[in-house]
Design a protein around this ligand. Structure first.
Ligand code: NCD
Length: 398
């Protein structure tokens, strides 16, 4: 136990089977675990949870699903949205949540190893959701849980809520959900929108519903953005995808060679740029990110600042005016000044909705891990058929 170097050094592809059980996720560590069928199933559950949360009765049904389970939110790296949306997700399903955000208030301060802390969490809780600055720590914890399982000890699922610069699988999941919803080109609230896709197709003949065949532009700190890495990996699962990466011209900030090779091997058409205006007209979806200057060392600062000054990686109303009328603008947040606030009013600006979607998707992910997505689907079908039955009756009486 505890020595996982051999497992950690293998290619991700070979690790995936370690983190699943009966074709379900056992731990959520890498974006690559979220295959298209799993993604689609979680997104479907997320939509249902969203629907069921609307009325008190059905929200109560959701809240009665996991009252016997407890989650530990172990977030020793700063977080607002990921932390709060996981907390809200637990609340939706009636799961109690405890938190540690500052290792100084835990026994780690007294010299306890983080791996011992993790084993303790598994004694008290049924799920550990974690964010750390250390790249492979969540993965190590998942191997620890697998070992405990092998020795018939208590073992709980681990969810990676962001680890180092390499992975943020649940952000990618909520981004996919947001993109999927945007590319259905309709809105339940407004029936006039039903013809919206046809109107758009008249103007943009190649436009299709869904994520296939689209041009995705990622802009900002491509090199250090773990959300970019994880989302690009998920989008490479779709057919006929083009990805344009815009970053200041510096090795630390540009697309890293390992990710570029991986995307090309998956059949993605990849291009790299330093100016947003070179690619803005072709973009079907724009994914903005901030420059993560808290990771910049003193010795790199000057060169990075210069690269940033010379590149065009900030959005402006002038640039959005050139964007396609349906092209969503996403941002994992927090933002600095790469999206000026006046763009928030643009109907294509979806970053606040994107953050809210995090709550539904994370609740759906927890539902998947605890195998309660089937009951949610049954309830949703039942409620929807009652709803439609009622509508038909009303229509019949007319
Ligand atoms: C991001 C992160 O922490 O990786 N934020 C998030 O989880 N929504 C991006 C960032 O910090 O810039």
């Amino acid at each position: 136990m505890y020595d996982y170097e051999r497992q950690l050094s293998r290619p991700t592809k070979l690790k995936l089977a370690d983190f699943e059980r009966n074709q379900r996720l056992k731990h959520v560590i890498f974006a690559q675990q979220l295959t298209r069928p799993i993604l689609e199933s979680i997104c479907r559950t997320a939509s249902m949870i969203r629907d069921l949360s609307r009325s008190a009765d059905t929200a109560r049904f959701l809240g009665d699903l996991l009252p016997h389970k407890r989650a530990m939110l172990y977030f020793t790296q700063s977080s607002t949205r990921t932390f709060l949306s996981f907390q809200a997700a637990c609340q939706i399903l009636g799961m109690k949540a405890a938190e540690i955000r500052d290792p100084k208030v835990s026994s780690e301060y007294k010299g306890e190893s983080p791996i011992d802390s993790m084993r303790m969490f598994s004694s008290y809780f049924d799920l550990v959701i974690m964010r750390t600055g250390e790249p492979s720590f969540a993965e190590r914890c998942a191997y620890l849980m697998n070992d405990l399982d092998t020795f018939n000890q208590r073992s709980v699922p681990i969810i990676n809520g962001g680890s180092g610069a390499d992975e943020h699988p649940t952000q990618a999941l909520l981004d996919i959900f947001t993109i999927q919803r945007a590319f259905t080109f309709e809105s339940n609230r407004d029936t006039r929108q039903r013809t919206h896709l046809q109107d758009l197709q008249r103007k943009h003949p190649n436009l299709r519903r869904g994520l296939d065949g689209k041009t995705y532009t990622f802009c900002g700190d491509i090199g250090r953005g773990r959300t970019v890495r994880s989302l690009a990996v998920l989008l490479s699962e779709y057919d006929d995808v083009t990805m344009q990466f815009v970053s200041p011209d510096h090795d630390i900030l540009r697309l890293q060679p390992d990710l570029r090779d991986r995307l090309i091997a998956a059949g993605v058409k990849v291009s790299e740029h330093n100016n947003l205006s070179e690619v803005i007209d072709d973009t079907d979806l724009l994914y903005m990110t901030r420059v993560q200057s808290e990771h910049t060392t003193e010795s790199d600062k000057k060169a990075l600042d210069k690269a940033c000054r010379e590149a065009e990686y900030k959005l402006s109303s002038k640039l959005t005016a050139r964007m396609k009328e349906y092209a969503p603008i996403l941002h994992p947040f927090p933002r600095n000044d790469e999206i000026p606030v006046e763009i928030d009013e643009d109907p294509r600006a979806m970053y606040f909705r994107e953050a809210r979607n995090g709550m539904w998707v994370r609740a759906a992910l927890i539902a998947h891990l605890f195998d309660i997505d089937g009951v949610i689907r049954l309830k949703h079908d039942e409620v929807m058929s009652e709803y439609h039955g009622y509508n038909e009756a009303v229509l019949g009486n007319r």
